[in-house]
Structures are given as structure tokens and as C-alpha cells.
Design a protein around this ligand. Structure first.
Ligand code: FAD
Ligand code: FES
Ligand code: FES
Length: 492
């Protein structure tokens, strides 16, 4: 419970909600309390997109940044000081349809209609972004924007047609000026919770406030995007107890690049973090776009992914291959360690009581040859069976350094020490490849589970090493697209 009203902008006015449990979801509030039942519940775990809404926040430049998120896994108090847009906001007050809606009607982009509000909101966010930038999305960009929206009856072709057609109508932008004014006024209120009261939900705004709260309440649950933690509530019916929300701490959301490193604040969104990494290493674009979906990436954080420590998380292999360090903070004391040394066992790490992840520091110099491969049952929005992040430094034909980081092969994301050892000092030729493939069997004895069998995991890992060699060998290197049946292609 929060000790004061949660205040946010919704449907043209600031609403105040009192007495809501801290883990009440935005979707529950919308459908059951606000009686805005346009947003639907399909899965309650961020997978189907039927509940997609758009959250607006001050962007620090006087405007409002809009981001699609899943209302089913977003806790209501995290909206404090922000704006919520739903499918009820899109049509004009006189009932005339927005270009997004009209295009879906005209292109026959809806049948049972259950998924449609979610598609409308993802397309609306895309529409606003492109109208603001004076750009038009390609069909592939539209498909990427809709990767978190499932439709089981219409088929995606008419929906993509609608996505393109909505830009042909006369523009109709949302007026964000009153929203920005309301959010500036809301920013004047004290944060929810605090060190000295009985509230069970705290939303500090500065790093020092967070550090003090964390020290005083080491048993409280840290909450970032909630894209892992909310599912413990919606799917496992767990109580989260006292919560410290990280999403309002501006210093934790910063991404800073200097000559030596990219520093990603622990609460920077996955979308912003992957964009910064892919700007430096374009080869990371595919794993960025295949990490969950836009609504999950706009809520979830890279710090949360790394702190949660799932052995099939996709950020850790990439960060470890790049030689990243994790920066931890406890009170005023900061320490950093190599990310691979952070994990001690299945979902176990070296965080001490009162400590939290502050940032990830990624050196810019590393990774001469870098390849990342994600193997999952579905191309978009799926969890990895195996994720390989392979970085090799080859000087005058010889491998001088190797960092082969793997997810899905052990209880933690882990480097392949034996395979790395056989590679270093040798030419990057097929004999080295075969030796490294054999050594992988020493490095890993994977488990079988519903995603893949042990035999499959090891075989695919060895095959990925071969694919890396085919793409990076000195002579006759193949472009990635030449051997990938799933290669991303820009449709006209
Ligand atoms: C539909 C769906 C698809 C997904 N797809 C993928 C995928 O493709 N690849 C993948 O790797 N993951 C995926 N995930 C998992 C999830 O999105 C990521 O793990 C995400 O990065 C978690 O970040 P968060 O901010 O939401 O963490 P939260 O859920 O807020 O927190 C997760 C855990 O980390 C702790 N924590 C958070 N921040 C800190 C901090 N700064 N210091 C210390 N502890 C902290 C929390 O206390 C909690 O224990 C998916 C999730 C969903 C729902
Ligand atoms: S209900 Fe399926 S993503 Fe929210
Ligand atoms: S129209 Fe039925 S699920 Fe999309």
C-alpha cells in the first residue's frame, strides 16, 4: 500500500488512487476500477500484447516521451508522476476514428478483435514517434514494432498494410502540451514512500536516497521494470513484500559514453541500453530486436536482467563477451567486478545485504571479432534455449584473446574456459575450430528441459562456433545472411 495517493495523468486529467496494493497491475486498475475495459487480458505475462498501453514521461527537454508497455505486468504505483494512454484515448472526442483505427478497419486488420486494442496502441506509439521525427517506418520496422502483439485470427499481412496506410491519412497528433504541464506539476509532489514511514512502497528519486533506503531496508524487494518480478505476482501469486522502485532515480537511468567505456545505468531501459550497444557494435542489432518485444524492452532494464541472473538471460553473455564490469553500490561505497565473477550459482550472485547494482561498464576497445547468436523456438519475442556471444581478437592470423560466453548451457551464464584455452595462440583455422568444438563438451554438461534437450544444446553450441568461424575466418568468410535461413530482410 502507498501512504499517499498515486497520481498520474489519464484521460485528460490527473487521477488520484488511494488504497491500492503496491502490486495492483495497471490492467487490473483499468478494467476493474476505472472501467476502461478496452485493454484486454490475454496472458497476464507480457507475451501477447492484448493489454498494450502507452506511458508518457517528461523527457528532460520540455516534451513528453511515449513508450508502449504491457499493462498486465506494470504495477500501478510506478505510474506516479507519469501519463497513461489507452485505446480509449485514441479516437477524437466526437468519435471519429484515428488514422490507426481507420486503417485497421479499411485493411480488414481485425477479426475477433481481442488483440486489436493492443495492435492499435503499438501502432499509435509508432505513429506518434514517426510523425514527431518526420519519418515513415519500413514494413520490417513495423513488424519489429509489432513483435510483442500476437493475433490468432487475422494474419499479420493486413495489419502491416494498415500500419503503412495510417501514414497516408491527414496527420492527427496527440496534443502533449497539457500532458507536459500536468506532469511538471506532479513532479512537485514528494516521492511515494520514504525512509521513515510505514509505507511498503518507496520510489526514491536520487541515488543517495536510494542508497540510504537500501541500507535501512535490506530485505525490501528492488523493483525496476518488473518484467521478471511482476510475473511472480501474476503467475505465481507470490507476495513481494516491501518494494523499492528504481525507475524514478534519474542517475540510474543514465547511459554515458566516453572514450573508454559505455556506462549503462542499472535502471536504463533495455531499449535504450541495446540501442547504445548496437550503435557501438552494429552486429548486436539482431539480439537487440529479438530480446523480448518493444513493450517489454521499454519497461525492463539491463540492470534487472543481469541482477535476476537467469542462465538463459540474453544480456549477460553479450556483456561478458565484451568484457563488461558490474558496478555495485552499498551506502556511499562503490565496488566493481568482472561480470562473469558476479554469479556464484543458479540465480545466485555476490550482492551483499544493502547493496544494489548501480551500472554496467562496457569497455569500447574490446571485441575485434564479435558474433552473437540466439537460438529460440520462435524468432521474435522468445526466451533463448542457447545464446552465444563470441569475441575473438586475431592479430597477424593468430588468436590472441578469446571470450566465449554462453547462456543456456549451465546453471549460470558462463565462459567456455577450455574452448578459449585451446584457441588462444593458434591460427583461426578449421583445426582450431574442431579443437574448440571438442573442448566445449568439457566446458558444459547442459541439462534437458522443455526448451531443448542436453544433446541438442551441446550440438547447437558446437554448430554456432562453426558458424562463427565461417563468418570470421581470414579467407572466404561468409556474410551472415549467406548461411542464415532466418536472415532479416527488408521487405519493400
Ligand atoms: C514476455 C517476456 C519476454 C522476455 N524475453 C526475454 C528475452 O528475450 N531475453 C531475456 O534475457 N529476458 C527476457 N525476459 C525477461 C525480462 O524482461 C528481463 O530479465 C528484464 O531485463 C528484467 O528487467 P526488469 O527491469 O524488468 O527487472 P525486474 O523484474 O524489476 O527485477 C528482476 C530482479 O532483479 C532485481 N533487480 C532489478 N534491478 C536491480 C538492481 N539495480 N540492483 C539489484 N537488483 C535488481 C529485482 O529485485 C528482481 O529480483 C522476458 C520477459 C517477458 C515478460
Ligand atoms: S495480457 Fe498478454 S501481454 Fe498483457
Ligand atoms: S483478430 Fe482475433 S486475435 Fe487478432
Amino acid at each position: 500500500m502507498t501512504e499517499r495517493a498515486i497520481r498520474f495523468f489519464h484521460r485528460g486529467a490527473v487521477v488520484e488512487v488511494t488504497g491500492a496494493p503496491a502490486t495492483r497491475t495497471v490492467l487490473q486498475w483499468l478494467r476493474e476500477d476505472a472501467r476502461c475495459s478496452g485493454s484486454k487480458e490475454g496472458c497476464a505475462e507480457g507475451d501477447c500484447g492484448a493489454c498494450t498501453v502507452v506511458v508518457g514521461e517528461l523527457d528532460g527537454r520540455g516534451g513528453v516521451a511515449l513508450a508502449p508497455v504491457n499493462a498486465c505486468i506494470r504495477f500501478l504505483p510506478t505510474l506516479d508522476g507519469k501519463a497513461l494512454f489507452t485505446v480509449e484515448d485514441v479516437a477524437a472526442p466526437d468519435g471519429s476514428l484515428h488514422p490507426v483505427q481507420q486503417a485497421l478497419v479499411d485493411a480488414h486488420g481485425s477479426q475477433c478483435g481481442f488483440c486489436t486494442p493492443g495492435f492499435v496502441m503499438s501502432l499509435w506509439a509508432c505513429y506518434e514517434r514517426h510523425q514527431a521525427g518526420g519519418t515513415r517506418p519500413t514494413r520490417q520496422q513495423l513488424a519489429d514494432d509489432l513483435a510483442g502483439n500476437l493475433c490468432r485470427c487475422t494474419g499479420y499481412r493486413p495489419i502491416l498494410d494498415a500500419g503503412q496506410a495510417m501514414f497516408e491519412a491527414s496527420p492527427r497528433r496527440v496534443d502533449l502540451a497539457p500532458v507536459a504541464a500536468a506532469l511538471r506539476q506532479l513532479a512537485g509532489h514528494a516521492p511515494l514512500g520514504g525512509a521513515g514511514d510505514a509505507a511498503t512502497y518507496h520510489a526514491p528519486r536520487t541515488l543517495d536516497e536510494l542508497a540510504a533506503l537500501r541500507l535501512a531496508r535490506p530485505a525490501a524487494r528492488l523493483l525496476a521494470g518488473g518484467t521478471d518480478a511482476a510475473l511472480w505476482v501474476t503467475k505465481q501469486m507470490r507476495e513481494l513484500g516491501e518494494i523499492i522502485y528504481l525507475g524514478d532515480v534519474a542517475e540510474l537511468r543514465r547511459i554515458a559514453t566516453d572514450a573508454g567505456a559505455i556506462e549503462i545505468g542499472a535502471a536504463a531501459t533495455l531499449e535504450d541500453a541495446w540501442a547504445a550497444l548496437a550503435a557501438e557494435w552494429p552486429v548486436l542489432r539482431e539480439v537487440w530486436l529479438r530480446f523480448a518485444s518493444p513493450p517489454v524492452r521499454h519497461a525492463g532494464t539491463m540492470g534487472g536482467n543481469v541482477a535476476n541472473g537467469s542462465p538463459i538471460g540474453d544480456a549477460a553473455p553479450v556483456l561478458i563477451a565484451l568484457g563488461a564490469r558490474i558496478v555495485l553500490r552499498r551506502g556511499a561505497v562503490e565496488r566493481s567486478l568482472a561480470l562473469e565473477d558476479f554469479y556464484t550459482g543458479y540465480m545466485q550472485n555476490r550482492l551483499e545485504a544493502g547493496e544494489f547494482v548501480y551500472a554496467l561498464r562496457v569497455p569500447r576497445a574490446g571485441a575485434a571479432l564479435l558474433r552473437v547468436y540466439k537460438i529460440s523456438k520462435r524468432f521474435d519475442s522468445d526466451i533463448s534455449a542457447v545464446c552465444a556471444a563470441l569475441s575473438l581478437t586475431v592479430v597477424e592470423g593468430r588468436i590472441t584473446a578469446a571470450r566465449l560466453a554462453w547462456g543456456g548451457l549451465a546453471a549460470t551464464v558462463k565462459r567456455a574456459a577450455a574452448a578459449e584455452a585451446v584457441l588462444v595462440g593458434r591460427p583461426w583455422d578449421e583445426a582450431a575450430l574442431l579443437a574448440a568444438q571438442a573442448a566445449l563438451a568439457q566446458d558444459f554438461q547442459p541439462l534437458s528441459d522443455m526448451r531443448a534437450s542436453a544433446g541438442y544444446r551441446l550440438q547447437v553450441a558446437q554448430n554456432l562456433l562453426r558458424r562463427c568461424w565461417l563468418e570470421t575466418r581470414a579467407e572466404g568468410a561468409l556474410p551472415a545472411t549467406a548461411i542464415s535461413v532466418w536472415a532479416r530482410t527488408e521487405a519493400p
